[in-house]
Design a protein around this ligand. Structure first.
Ligand code: CA
Length: 448
């Protein structure tokens, strides 16, 4: 299939190759007016140290057999045998010590060490039965083992230009069963929460100057970040060309004060910060998913496939998610039927009955975002990392000092021209205080 038909990229001779930064998931903190170069390091600091013991040479005890040994020779031979025996004992002890150290390393160091052992765990979906009737709007995800992360997608057809180094090493993860919302939280669901609690989202509050040092005074008004593409092609290395802080933009006014939710009751709620999402989840008796839960659920039982529906972006020319087609950011051809958010459930569900696990809106996860988290994970004795909760603190070298949580799934603005984070193994992140009009969420509930 020709590239321009298989991918979201329109045929364009003057298309400017993007740099490796995450436009569609850029962290635009309230009051932040200066564009930053958002570059990821090209390689993760993954140890390849093997920690194997040095090979022990086999003993060579061949003695001359054609003539009897003298007493001196017998004594020397006895000493040699004793020495070799002691050496073997020492070598064996050293081997055990090295094995122990290696095991200890794998509990304290990198996942790479565990790769020396054949993992006992294999990718599978558990047959754990649901612990009861499903809560309304939720489906049972039975848990299991899967390969989490992605290999470099830049070599794939339609894989985009971002190597996604933060999604490696690909590693085995085991997750327990849990309930998950079949769709992203909708505007009408969020409205019910606000009506019941009087909750006010971050975007509806006036930012405090002390929280945003250096921010222009005109930005210290309630509002949020909105996708505002120009009507012409622009260089793809300055995201402020298509993102704007719009006073009055919030979940009720997705594009600004003149917009509303009319006809968008079933669309995913947007302009929610991480705290807003957590507040909703608590009210609903739920929680946000971990990244591991989210990715296991998104894959729907498929093993290491680039898309939640298989290995081709548009099988049979059909779009299976709300992403971006055309020329980013100015020409959205909407071949998938939508230029902005789509009503939840507009595209086929994945193997677990979950909708929009690719595209539509980014979804907040509970984990702090740390770019090299996967390289420091601790596998269990079966070679799998069990129910990883995320790192204890965030770190994004692109924006050090900005606390970020993980986001997953990509959005209606993701395109292979820029980033392909609708692939389930890829990762995104966002400043905890920052929502925009392509970030939403869904909730989970523990199975126990
Ligand atoms: Ca679309």
């Amino acid at each position: 299939m020709p590239w321009d038909r298989a991918c979201t990229t329109a045929s364009s001779g003057d298309w400017t190759p993007p740099r490796d930064w995450i436009t569609s998931n850029a962290s635009l903190r309230r009051g932040d007016s200066s564009p930053r170069a958002l570059r990821l390091p090209q390689n993760n600091p993954v140890s390849t140290k093997q920690n194997r013991p040095a090979p022990v040479a086999p003993p060579h005890l061949a003695a001359p057999a054609s003539r009897p040994l003298s007493r001196r020779q017998r004594v020397l031979l006895a000493l040699v045998v004793a020495g070799i025996s002691a050496g073997l004992v020492y070598a064996f002890a050293a081997h055990r010590q090295t094995e122990t150290a290696s095991e200890s390393d794998s509990h304290n160091g990198s996942l790479a060490n565990s790769r020396d052992k054949s993992p006992l765990a294999t990718p599978h979906v558990n047959d754990t039965p649901a612990p009861g009737e499903p809560p309304p709007g939720m489906v049972w995800i039975p848990g299991g083992v899967f390969w989490m992360g992605t290999e470099d997608p830049t070599s794939m057809v339609c894989g985009g230009r971002d190597a996604m180094p933060d999604a490696r090493p690909v590693h085995l993860v085991a997750v327990d069963g849990f309930w998950m919302d079949t769709t992203e939280v909708t505007n009408e669901q969020f409205a019910a929460f606000v009506a019941a609690t009087g909750y006010v989202t971050v975007a509806e509050k006036i930012p405090r100057a002390e929280d945003y040092p250096g921010a222009p005074a005109e930005n210290l008004v309630a509002g949020s970040v909105v996708f505002t593409p120009p009507p012409y092609q622009v260089p793809l290395d300055q995201y402020l060309r298509w993102w704007s802080y719009i006073p009055g933009a919030d979940w009720r006014h997705p594009e600004g004060p003149s917009s509303n939710l009319g006809g968008r009751e079933k669309h995913p709620v947007v302009h929610v910060s991480w705290d807003d999402a957590v507040a909703y989840a608590k009210w609903a008796g739920k929680r946000l998913p971990t990244e591991a839960e989210w990715e296991f659920a998104a894959r729907g039982g498929r093993d290491r496939e680039p898309y939640i529906w298989g290995d081709e972006l548009t099988p049979g020319g059909k779009y299976l998610a709300n992403i971006f087609e055309g020329e980013f950011p100015h020409n959205n051809t909407a071949l998938d039927g939508h230029t902005h958010t789509a009503p939840v459930g507009s595209y086929p569900a994945n193997g677990f009955g979950l909708f929009d696990m690719a595209g539509n809106t980014w979804e907040w996860c509970s984990d702090w975002y740390r770019y090299n988290y996967y390289a420091a994970l601790v596998p269990g004795s079966d070679g799998a990392v069990h129910n990883p909760p995320g790192p204890t603190e965030s770190y994004d070298p692109r924006e050090p000092g900005v606390p970020k949580r993980s986001q997953r799934g990509g959005s209606f603005l993701c395109t292979d021209q820029y980033c392909t984070r609708y692939m389930p193994g890829t990762r995104g992140s966002g400043a905890v205080d920052t929502g925009n009009n392509h970030v939403g969420f869904r909730c989970v509930r523990s199975g126990k």
